[in-house]
Design a binder for this molecule. Sequence first.
Ligand SMILES: [Zn+2]
Length: 153
Amino acid sequence: MPVPRLCLSHDVIARTAAVRRRRCGTRWLPPPANWQEIIRRTWPALIRHPNWRVPGGWCDLMLAMADHLEGRQITIIEAFEDLVMGRLQVVHTWRRGVVQDDESNVIIHYYESLSASTCRECGDPGEPVRRGTGRLATMRVLCEQHRYGDVGV
Ligand SMILES: [Zn+2]
């Protein structure tokens, strides 16, 4: 089904929601344990070094981003949860001899931004929560349920 033309930030949100709806239907399901393998297998040209430290709650976001970037001349080198900022960071490079396209940078930026309001545990809406103090402080995006529970923190 074609995605209606939206501004890029809304498109990113709509694509992520569509992936989640396809995966879960109307009830929440945990991320599949092999979601990183699914991305690597489905988009082999996009992923060079599978060295990801991305929590499962962001799997729909990552699947949507990989699909969104399909056919573009970039390679994702690394993706990880930045515990200072409490959000996704994606490191990418351009394929040899390719002119950088700004839209790919913007697409990645919007998925990184979306992670800042997506629970790292379950993918529900969440917000950054600081734990600890000083150099040991970490920031993680958690929904209400995971904020007050002890799951994964
Ligand atoms: Zn949650």
